[in-house]
Design a protein around this ligand. Structure first.
Ligand code: XBP
Ligand code: MG
Length: 252
């Protein structure tokens, strides 16, 4: 079977729990500044996460609230402006320490680098948000970790479309069979699997139990976080675990 040569990392929910205390808070502040009476509580935001991409999420919400479809072009430019402001607010929150890397992320990033694996980022979020998160939570080391970074601006279709993964594979110069993706959401797992990349599911605070159960048979394994490889494989998630899960999956 193909050797494991690269890890492809999702960002929001996987590298860090960015949604509840980062993106959601920033959206609400931007709405307030724009004079909108929108306020997304934790529960509602969880439902809205089914729509990937912040701008797309806002448009979806506006249409849900019954905005006149004839006003869509006006709405789109207004949403784009609010979204830009939201990202600025998000980046400030991240700089101020609102989010931290999830358990085990730094360790596995380093283990993969030290073992000579390539690593990439494949995310739906905006590039400035990823850069702010890496600056605040990973620091100067980020430069030595990632060979490729595909963000929301780089694709025509966001997750669950596989485009972000296909582009990451292209930049890594590797076939899907040599890579493992790390994802927290249904949209992310779908995107990775459609690109042919084996996936480890690390559910985040917003991943619903039912969705986890539905995805469990399609992924390499489901672990609560990267410091706990699960009941059958004690300890933290290491490259050895990933290799073992890949072998088990292809029956080798
Ligand atoms: C998560 C997303 C993003 C963020 C908000 O992406 O769907 O839309 O919620 O970021 P992933 P933007 O899990 O692929 O990292 O407002 O920049 O879209
Ligand atoms: Mg995610």
């Amino acid at each position: 079977m193909a050797e494991l040569s690269a890890l492809i990392w999702d960002v929001d929910g996987t590298l860090a729990e960015t949604e509840r205390d980062g993106h959601r808070v920033a959206f609400n502040q931007a709405f307030g500044e724009a004079g909108l009476d929108w306020c997304w509580n934790e529960e509602e935001y969880g439902r809205l996460l089914a729509v990937t991409g912040g701008r797309e999420r806002m448009l979806h919400y506006a249409v849900q609230r019954g905005v006149d479809p004839c006003m869509t072009h006006v709405l789109e430019s207004e949403m784009a402006q609010i979204h830009q402001r939201k990202n600025k607010i998000y980046q400030r929150l991240v700089e101020d320490g609102a989010v931290a890397l999830r358990p085990g992320v730094r360790r596995l990033l380093r283990e993969a680098r030290d073992a000579g694996l390539k690593q990439a980022i494949a995310t739906t979020t905006s590039r400035g948000n990823v850069e702010a998160l890496l600056d605040a939570c990973v620091g100067a080391e980020a430069g030595s970790l990632f060979r490729a970074m595909i963000c929301g601006e780089d694709v025509l279709a966001k997750k669950p479309d596989p485009e972000v993964y296909l582009r990451a594979l292209l930049q890594l110069g590797l076939p899907a069979e040599q890579c493992v993706a790390l994802e927290d959401s249904r949209a992310g797992v779908t995107a990775a699997l459609l690109a042919g990349v084996d996936t480890l599911l690390v559910p985040s605070a917003y991943t619903e139990r039912q969705e986890i159960e539905r995805m469990a048979s399609s992924v390499l394994a489901v672990v609560p976080d990267l410091e706990s490889a699960g009941a059958e494989a004690s300890g933290s998630v290491t490259l050895d675990h990933l290799r073992r899960w890949r072998r088990a999956r292809c029956g080798a």
